[in-house]
Design a protein around this ligand. Structure first.
Ligand SMILES: C[S@@+](CC[C@H](N)C(=O)[O-])C[C@H]1O[C@@H](n2cnc3c(N)ncnc32)[C@H](O)[C@@H]1O
Length: 296
């Protein structure tokens, strides 16, 4: 089993981030050659924070993803499981409310947020399906979900080069700028294992969200998924079991639960370009569901 799977145990994850908390923001910028700031702007646009909104920024870490939401006039709750990250966040941004919050067991009431967002966080959660279910629960009907995560480059050859680049160069860069280079080896491995854009869209839809779409940033290095909680009265799917992630300390990879694009079973992608445009995955998913059984 790879390190990326083993280290997703909640306590290991929290202490890994405790170890990088002090230098997290600066390392982030260095590792992405400044692109993180541009991506952050686009992610904020997708969340569309409005004055008076109550927004949960999950896996908020030091609050770098929470600040632009709060500056737009929203009331932001920044949740995370790393006390080290939360401490740094509280010192740097006393205006934001930082709360210990496990994505798979959120300490919030049903229907209590206008938007829930998670940036570079879902990949680290042991049971992303359960986390999605929790996000659905705490969102108000009609509320917005925005997930930003490292993803799969649109160009297959480029994706190969990119993966190799990450694996080869990331630990070396991390050794120069980070006190915890192992955390960045984990980062590279977990990105390689994370499901692609369409597979994640399936997971989001299967959790009970509507109008799932995504947008690629920088050719798919980052994908921003956007979805809505159905209005009241819609039937909610059953919560996935938490036991799966706790029984053996590992989790079934999110990619195991749905077909990856490119596989024989994958739903057809929309024909729309997904360069820097939104791709309405909903249509592709529904079209795939409507396909007749072979021989029918
Ligand atoms: C890469 S940081 C992202 C920080 C910030 N959102 C950003 O945009 O830079 C990932 C964060 O996920 C948190 N995390 C990991 N597993 C979690 C879980 N189950 N629930 C909540 N946060 C979690 C880690 O503690 C860490 O602070």
């Amino acid at each position: 089993m790879t390190r990326a799977r083993l280290d997703k145990k909640k306590t290991d994850m929290a202490s890994m981030f405790d170890g990088v908390a002090r230098r997290y923001d600066i390392t982030n910028d260095a590792m992405t050659f400044g692109l993180a700031r541009l991506w952050r702007r686009e992610i904020t646009k997708s969340v569309d924070p409005r004055p008076g909104d109550r927004i949960l920024d999950l896996a908020a870490g030091t609050g770098v993803s929470s600040v632009p939401l709060q500056r737009a006039g929203a009331q932001v709750v920044a949740g995370d499981i790393s006390e080290g990250m939360l401490d740094v966040g509280r010192q740097k941004h006393p205006e934001i409310e930082f709360v210990y919050a496990d994505a798979t067991d959120l300490p919030f009431d049903d229907d209590s947020f206008d938007a829930v967002t998670i940036t570079y966080g879902l990949r680290n959660v042991q049971n992303p399906e359960l986390a999605l279910h929790e996000m659905l629960r705490v969102l108000k009907p009609g509320g917005r979900l925005v997930i930003a995560e490292f993803s799969t480059l649109e160009s297959a050859p480029l994706h190969t080069v990119y993966s190799e680049y990450i694996m080869a160069a990331l630990p070396a860069i991390a050794r120069a700028v980070s006190s915890n280079p192992d955390a960045y080896v984990y980062l590279a491995e977990s990105i390689r294992e994370w499901p692609d854009q369409v597979t994640l869209a399936h997971l989001i839809r299967d959790a009970g969200f509507d109008q799932v779409k995504y947008r690629n940033l920088t050719g798919g290095i980052v994908a921003v998924h956007h979805a809505l909680k159905p209005q009241a009265g819609a039937e909610a799917p059953a919560a996935p079991s938490a036991a799966r992630s706790d029984s053996d300390g590992s989790r079934a990879d999110a990619g195991d639960t749905g077909p990856r694009s490119g596989s024989d079973d994958a739903p057809a992608r929309d024909s729309a370009s997904d360069g820097d445009h939104d791709v309405e995955v909903r249509l592709a998913v529904e079209a795939a569901d409507a396909r007749p059984e072979p021989g029918a």
